[in-house]
Design a protein around this ligand. Structure first.
Ligand code: ADP
Length: 164
C-alpha cells in the first residue's frame, strides 16, 4: 500500500521528518506532497520546499516528493495512494483533522486517512513556531534539518524585522 503525506511544509521540521521516517517503514511507498496554497502566504516557494524535503529524505528510497494543488483526494488517487497520512501533535489538532478526514471520506470512500502520533520530542514543533524563532535570530538547529536552518537564516538575514 502506498501513502500520501500532504501538507504545507513551510518549512519542513524535524517533527515532519520523524513522521516521514517512521511512515516509510510502514508503507511500500510514501509520497510527501507540498500543497500549493498561496492563500496561506508561505515564506518559502513551493520549489524551495520541495528541495528542502528532497534533501532531508535523500536517505529514504521509498519516499517520493511532489507538489499539488486542488483536492487532496484527487491527488492521492492520481499517485495511486490508498492512504492519506496526517500527524497529530495534540488534542488541538484533532478536531480540524477529523473534519478533513470525514470530508475526504465523503469525497473518496475508498481512501483511508491514518493519523500518526508525533514523536514526543517533536510534539511542540510547528512550522510557525520555527519561523517565529528564526525571525528573531534564535537557534533552530534542534527543530529543522540543516538545509532548512540554512534557508531560514538566509531568508531572515535578508529582511529587516519589520518586513519579516
Ligand atoms: P497543513 O497546513 O496541511 O497542516 P503542515 O505542514 O502544518 O501542513 O502539517 C502537515 C502535517 O504534518 C499535518 O498532518 C500536521 O499535523 C503534521 N505535523 C505538523 N507538525 C508536526 C510535528 N511536529 N510532528 C509530526 N507531524 C507534524
Amino acid at each position: 500500500m502506498k501513502a500520501l503525506y500532504p501538507g504545507s511544509f513551510d518549512p519542513l521540521t524535524l517533527g515532519h521528518l520523524d513522521l516521514i521516517e517512521r511512515a516509510a517503514q510502514l508503507f511500500d511507498g510514501l509520497v510527501v506532497a507540498v500543497l500549493q496554497n498561496p492563500s496561506k502566504n508561505p515564506c518559502f516557494t513551493v520549489g524551495q520546499r520541495l528541495e528542502q524535503i528532497r534533501a532531508a529524505t535523500a536517505h529514504l528510497p521509498q519516499v517520493a516528493v511532489a507538489s499539488f494543488d486542488g483536492l487532496t483526494v484527487e491527488f492521492a488517487q492520481s499517485c495511486g495512494a490508498g492512504v492519506i497520512l496526517r500527524g497529530l501533535r495534540a488534542l488541538s489538532d484533532f478536531e480540524f483533522e477529523l473534519q478533513i478526514a470525514h470530508t475526504n471520506k465523503s469525497l473518496a470512500p475508498q481512501l483511508e486517512t491514518l493519523f500518526m502520533a508525533t514523536a514526543t520530542a517533536h510534539s511542540f514543533l510547528s512550522s510557525s513556531v520555527v519561523k517565529e524563532v528564526a525571525r528573531f535570530g534564535g537557534p533552530v538547529a534542534h527543530m529543522v534539518p540543516p538545509g532548512v536552518a540554512q534557508d531560514l537564516a538566509t531568508l531572515f538575514n535578508q529582511m529587516s524585522p519589520h518586513q519579516a
